[in-house]
Design a protein around this ligand. Structure first.
Ligand SMILES: *[C@@H]1O[C@H](CO)[C@@H](O)[C@H](O)[C@H]1NC(C)=O
Ligand SMILES: *[C@@H]1O[C@H](CO)[C@@H](O)[C@H](O)[C@H]1NC(C)=O
Length: 363
């Protein structure tokens, strides 16, 4: 989804100091990069506990050629500075909350405003801009995985109540990447909406626009938005609109007909078919043959086609431009907290939010 360039940058020097020195008395946290790799050695990811961020995903094509299929940076410092949310784990509430305001159990809450008049992606210092604790790390074997933990305090970025959050990245045979997220509300009811904000380009992260990728989104409804990207509250049919991706469609075929917040391209939330773990989308790059199915258990998915990317310096000297990747962010509906007709994103004290995603790669 579109990112605002207006957000002021974090005091990097201070953050890096916190990151590398650790707090006195607190559990020692060091920012690191962790790799998970399958036995054959042709499927691996890198993640960092800075923002529980997915930094790279390396998968083969049908000839065994490996490519890194997510956009990102070479160094943690660039992730700290970055405003595109490459691979980030976004929360406490990803996507937009209108005017950063909502009422819950009769009390009004005010979030950090960082996108025009609205709150975006958990605020100025959301979950993508904090240091997570590494709880468990198994680099290889049958099920390489890593679990990150973050304790969000009552009032953080304006959100009610303390929240314990876990995210596990895991590789499974043959080429499955799963993310399992849970969040427990400790003392107050709170909205929760975690997303993984990976930018996918199955031709390789520096290979140019994804307009030739074929996409399928298993949804017949979407949530139209107003000029500031806030849902109108309507849940509309995709039939007869450029949002209809129920059949395998080249990303570029009707992209010129849609825009989000003033930039050409898709930036839209779909209401996903089905309940529980269900297939949300399919993406294939005809040039390399690389593909994935995305499965998840969330009511929505945001399709964002990198509309705001421009001259962004990425990994290994790559420079990312508009439509150089796309995001499929399974999620609660945007601004659900202000729309009683949308599926609820409220977690009650003692209640547990669960969000599972699986990317099943093939070639
Ligand atoms: C920080 O981000 C800005 C804007 O995105 C960019 O122009 C600048 O080069 C970046 N600085 C570093 C040190 O990466
Ligand atoms: C959340 O996930 C972590 C890591 O897998 C697990 O240890 C914990 O029990 C889970 N919490 C709940 C409430 O399911």
């Amino acid at each position: 989804m579109a990112t605002s360039r207006a957000a002021s940058l974090l005091p990097i020097a201070l953050l890096m100091c916190l990151a590398f020195a650790g707090g006195a008395g607190a559990e020692r946290k060091t920012v690191g990069v962790y790799e998970l790799k399958n036995k054959k050695g042709d499927f691996s990811i890198k993640v960092t506990n800075w923002g529980a961020t997915l930094m790279s995903v390396i998968v083969p094509d049908s000839k065994g050629n490996l490519a890194d299929v997510v956009l990102g940076y070479d160094t943690i410092a660039e992730y700290v500075n970055g405003s595109s949310y490459f691979g980030a784990l976004v929360g406490r509430v990803a996507n937009r909350v209108a005017k950063g305001r909502f009422v819950l159990d009769g009390k009004a809450y005010h979030l950090y405003i960082n996108d025009g008049k609205n709150a975006l992606h958990g605020g100025h210092r959301g979950f993508s801009k904090v240091i997570w604790t590494v709880k468990e790390y198994v680099a290889d074997g049958d099920a390489p995985h890593i679990t990150f933990f973050y304790h969000s305090f009552d009032g953080e970025q304006g959100f009610p109540g303390a929240l314990d959050v876990y995210v596990t990245y895991q590789l499974s045979s043959p080429y499955d990447l799963s993310l399992r997220m849970n969040a427990t509300a400790l003392d107050k009811a709170t909205p929760v909406n975690l997303v993984n904000h990976a930018y996918w380009n199955l031709g390789g992260h520096g290979s140019g626009a994804v307009l030739g990728h074929l996409i399928q989104v298993f949804a017949s409804l979407y949530t139209p938005v107003d000029g500031s990207m806030i849902p109108t509250g309507e849940v509309a049919g995709v039939s007869g609109t450029p949002y209809d991706l129920r059949r395998l469609t080249p990303v570029g075929s009707r992209i010129g007909l849609v825009s989000g917040g003033g930039a050409v391209g898709y930036d839209v939330n779909y209401a996903v078919h089905g309940q529980g773990m269900t297939q949300v989308a399919f993406l294939r790059d005809p040039a390399s043959g690389r593909a994935f199915e995305l499965w998840a258990n969330q009511p929505g998915v945001q399709l964002y086609t990198g509309n705001w990317l421009k001259d962004e310096k990425g990994k290994g000297g790559a420079v990312y431009q508009q439509h150089g990747a796309l995001c499929l962010e399974t999620q609660a509906f945007p601004d659900a907290v202000n729309h009683p007709n949308f599926p609820s994103e409220i977690v009650r004290p003692g209640g547990v939010y669960r969000h599972d995603m699986i990317f099943k790669f093939s070639s």
